[in-house]
Each structure stands twice: as C-alpha cells, then as structure tokens.
Design a protein around this ligand. Structure first.
Ligand SMILES: [Zn+2]
Length: 495
C-alpha cells in the first residue's frame, strides 16, 4: 500500500516562489490543452506517449515555454486525470448495461468491451459513455509534477534540507528549503498555495515506522464521536482533544466570516460610490485568502494527527477493530448548508474513516465494518431504545444509565457477531429486530413496576454511581452482571 506524504517549504524567498508559480501556470496551459483535445470521447484508449509523440511531431511543444521533461510529465498526469474521470462514468454505464441487456452473454460482452476501452465501436456503449462522461475542464494551474530522476536533496551546514527541482531553463535548478529532514522520494507533485510550496509524494507503507509496530490481540468495537475521535468498547476514549479543536475552529470561522462579510459590504459600498481604490485596497489587504488557507491547512494537519494517534492507540490493543460501515457516504457539504460546526464534524468523520482503514492496512489488524443503525440509541443489554441526555443514555427498561458512547461501542462490537443484523439490513428492519428482542427480554424479566420500587431504585443508583460499569469490565461481564441481578430480583418479585 502507498501512503501520501506532504512536506512544506520553509522560508522560501518570494522570487523563487514567483518563478515556480510561473512554471506551474505555463504547465496549467499544457493541462488545459490535453483536456481540450483529449478530454472528450476522442481520447478514449489513447496513451500519453501517443499524445507526446503527436505534439513533438507537429511542433505544438515549442509554444509551451517549459522544459521537455516538465510538459511530458504534465501530459502523463493530465491523461491520468482524464482516465479517472472516464472510469467514474463507467460506474453509471455498468448500471445501464444491467438494466439494458437481458441476455447474459450479451451483457458479458458489453462489460468486456467497456473494460477494455473499446466502447466507441458499440452504439449503445458509446451513447451511454457520451451521456455519463461529463466533459471535464482543467482547473489546475498551480502544480508541477517532477519525475523521480529530476530532483535531488541536500543538507546544508545548519542541518536544513534543500530540495532542488528544475526551473524554466536547462540546468537551472530552483532550491527549496524544507520544513522537514526527511527527503521526499519518487515522483513529486509540487502544489503552490498561499506562498507555500507543498511537496506531495508517495511512500511504501511497509517502510513506515508505525508499520512495524505490532497490533494487539483483542477484539474491540469503536464508536466515532464528536468530543473525542473514538470511544472503544472497553470504555477508553481516544483523541480527546478533537471536540475542543472542532469547537474553537468553528467559532473562529464564524467570527471571521462575519467580519469578512462586513468588510466586503464596505468594499462594495466604496465601489458603488466610485472609490475603486479603496475597494481594491480592502480586497487586497483585508479579504485575502493566504493566511486563511494557511490556518486551515494547519488545523487540518492537527486534526489528522489527533485522529491517527487515536486509531493507533486502539490498534495497540486490538487485532480486530469493529466499526461503523465506512463505505457508506458521509453527508455531503450541500446538505449541511452553512452550519460550520456540522460541516467540520462531517469532515473529521471522513478523516476517522480514512485513519481506521489506513492504520489497519499498515499494521495488519482486521477492520470489520458493521451496520451501525440504532447502536447509539439501543441499550446493549436489553436492546430497548433508551433516552439520550447529553452523553448519557438512560434505558427505561433496565433503569440503567450508560455512558452513551461506550454503550454504542459495545453495541457495535456485538453487531459483528449478530446473527440477524447484517451490514446492509435496512434500518427499519433493524429497529423491528431490536424491538422484538427487547420484548423477549421483558417477558423473561420479573414484573418490576408495582411491588419492588425500593429495590429497583437502589439498583439504579448503584449503577449511576458506577457509571463506568460498562466500560471498565467489558461486554461479557456486563451481561453476566445483569443475569446476576435478575436472579436476585427473581424471588423478591415473587413474594
Ligand atoms: Zn436496557
């Protein structure tokens, strides 16, 4: 497995940044041209080498004003983007084939042709591809792709690492000081953003230090939370700084947004009065995006570190992690509207999903996805849907107050071995199953309502004072405990 790493420039002088920006901008034109000429169905099945040869033959490349290696790598990268765009369309076309073809032989033939990129010859496939393959457009004007043999690194006397990449002229290298001492390797993607150069590169996950860290031996369920990244079925919380990170960032963005709106209205007012100099001044000095972008990048990096550390902690004790199904889509930005907090929370949920998958693959632990419907509402002991109040879940049936996220994590762990609730069981069916279980549980229990109030109350208060109960002793103990209490209550209820 490959993992993407990002290094940043540190204290790069503006002249070099401008030179790199110019190069990226020219390469952006190369990208646009690739998209223009080959972005549609015309480019299907074409290799980047063929595009290169065609452009070398007709002299197109003379107009780019960049070194040969730079534009050739860009062509390769853009063709890969176009291919990815086309693959996305194929998902829809495959569905169309399933609807369209009734004969299995014919269907298989269509799938094969589609996969081998020979769909242009078939009228049905070609029509479908034209419909679903939205003609793309290049929007990338800030990237430079550098082949692995075109760059080198050197450490200076002060221990700083410098990365040298080709400039606009032959044998003229641009040296970029980096914020790290780990040299980037392989093909580099330089992204120029907000005065910083981001150097994206891929490394083999097996080479990473954490990949050699052994995983635990247990089976643990985890619940993705808001105030912390993960809560496990043992009752341990991991990534507890996440909630604060989210709240402060959300408050900050709201305040900044309001201030910017105010400034924008002042600028617009000035422009209306004809004071364009003032409007331009406000736009340049007060409504820029450089600092905002930088802050966001920093915040995202902090959240990622917190989340990945949390997942590593879980894998430290588990070789099997049971979690909510991750292939499910997270609520999109459009549905969340302007609510900053919810938007950020959705984003961090995606990071948690990525971290779980990534760390599991690297360290060799198993990740078991389960259906998480009602895991945060149902009592893990009796399956009744409880009442949620803050971080507590009150089960009205057993009269117990659980810590909501620990209860959810235990439910998730139990789902992995649930005989009735599969990954894709619809949530309405899940609710039905839970209700049936809760009813069965009640009929086994003695009548609790009238005769034995004092006993029931004392049991509740004991559990309240002991609210870590579910957490500290694990699932099996929890169930055993309930049985014990049932036996105690049994004779009492009878008398
Ligand atoms: Zn219960």
């Amino acid at each position: 497995m490959k993992v993407t790493r990002v290094a940043y420039s540190h204290g790069l002088n503006p002249g070099k940044y401008a030179a790199l920006s110019e190069q990226a901008c020219r390469l952006g034109r190369v990208r646009s041209r690739v998209w223009q000429q080959y972005g549609s169905v015309v480019g299907a099945g074409l290799k980047d080498r063929q595009v290169r040869d065609a452009w070398l033959a007709d002299g197109t490349h003379h107009r780019f004003g960049v070194l040969a290696n730079a534009w050739k790598e860009t062509v390769r990268d853009a063709m890969a983007d176009i291919a990815a765009n086309r693959e996305a369309a194929k998902v829809h076309v495959r569905q169309a084939i399933r609807r369209h073809a009734s004969d299995p032989v014919k269907m298989k033939h269509l799938f094969t042709e589609l996969k081998a990129d020979r769909w242009a010859a078939d009228p049905f496939l070609s029509r479908q591809m034209r419909r679903h393959c939205k003609r793309g457009k290049n929007r990338t004007h800030n990237q430079i792709v550098v082949r692995s043999d075109q760059h080198n690194t050197k450490v200076d006397a002060r221990g700083r690492l410098w990365l040298a990449v080709p400039g606009l002229r032959r044998r003229q290298l641009v040296r970029i000081p980096l914020n790290t001492t780990i040299a980037p390797t392989g093909t580099l993607r330089l992204i120029l953003r907000g005065g910083l150069v981001e150097i994206h590169y891929q490394i083999d996950a097996a080479d990473m230090r954490t990949s050699q860290r052994p995983c635990g031996t247990r089976r643990v369920g985890v619940d993705k939370g808001y105030t912390e990244a993960l809560t496990d079925s043992d009752g341990d919380h991991h990534g507890t700084r996440l909630g604060r990170l989210l709240t402060t960032e959300s408050d900050h963005r709201k305040a900044k947004g309001r201030a910017r709106a105010k400034l924008r209205s002042i600028a617009n007012g000035a422009a209306r009065r004809g004071d364009h100099a003032k409007a331009a001044r406000i736009h340049r000095h007060n409504l820029g995006t450089v600092k905002r972008q930088r802050r966001r990048a920093r915040w995202e990096a902090t959240v990622r570190t917190e989340t990945f550390t949390a997942v590593h902690r879980v894998v430290d004790k588990a070789n099997t992690v049971v979690a909510e199904d991750l292939t499910k889509k997270f609520t999109g930005r459009s549905l969340l509207g302007k609510n900053t907090n919810r938007r950020l929370a959705a984003w961090t949920k995606g990071v948690t999903a990525e971290a779980l998958k990534n760390v599991s693959e690297r360290r060799g632990s198993a990740l078991v996805p389960v259906n998480a419907a009602y895991t945060s509402q149902a009592c893990h002991r009796c399956a009744a849907l409880g009442r949620r109040g803050g971080d507590r879940l009150h089960c009205t049936r057993c009269g117990v107050v659980w810590q909501a996220d620990v209860n959810a994590a235990i439910n998730i762990l139990q789902r992995a071995s649930d005989p009735d609730i599969a990954l894709h069981t619809p949530h309405t069916r899940v609710k039905q199953i839970l209700q049936e279980r809760a009813d069965r549980h009640r009929t086994r229990l003695p009548v609790q309502d009238s005769s034995h109030h004092p006993a029931a109350e004392s049991e509740t208060s004991e559990l309240l004072s002991n609210e870590q109960y579910a957490g500290s002793r694990g699932v099996d103990d929890g169930i055993g405990g309930s049985d014990r209490r049932q036996r105690q209550a049994g004779p009492g209820g009878g008398t």
